[in-house]
Ligand binder design. Sequence first.
Ligand code: HEC
Length: 169
Amino acid sequence: MRDTDEPIRSRARALLKLPSATADIDTNDMDPGDFGRGERIFVAHCGQCHKSDETGNANFGPDLATIRHWPRQALLDKIKNPQRSIASGYEQWRITLTNGNSLDGVIAAETPTTVTMLTLTKAHTLRRDDIAKLTALPGSAMPAELDAAMSREDLIDLLSFLLHANAPR
Ligand code: HEC
């Protein structure tokens, strides 16, 4: 199912033609940021979906302990335009059930008889017999423009936390 839908998904993404992120931060010449404050910003803005090592317990999105090698600019771009590149295995799908209801989310597990979908609020394990259709959705399950609710200083501190730059020993 995933393989056959891939061309549709790529085409949908190409059509989006999103502008590049333009946060007002020079990532080559930037303050180190405040790690502790960054952790609080992470909990407030990212923590309902992500964890990072010992901080948080959400698993809707990937564990962000694995992104410490990312260039700062790539991270800022992801925060602004998540749909530009989607973490593999976290593509968004719509499951339409035979009773007409539908669920959007990330597919967490599949067995020969069931599909488990994570929505923001919970994991749903559905019987394949009850599924009428699985559709790949373009875009990310991560909301766009999360930087809009943050100041420049917030973003710099958040980067310090995410990249473990300037972390207390
Ligand atoms: C509503 C849930 C939600 C929120 C809030 C959210 N994310 Fe995400 N995030 C996701 C999902 C789902 C993915 C996987 C799909 C994707 O890559 O777009 C993801 C992916 C990512 C990735 C890519 C990880 C990888 O391994 O490729 C990064 C980096 C990231 N998020 C950072 C953040 C940061 C920083 C914040 C807070 C400013 C945040 N996210 C807030 C849901 C969320």
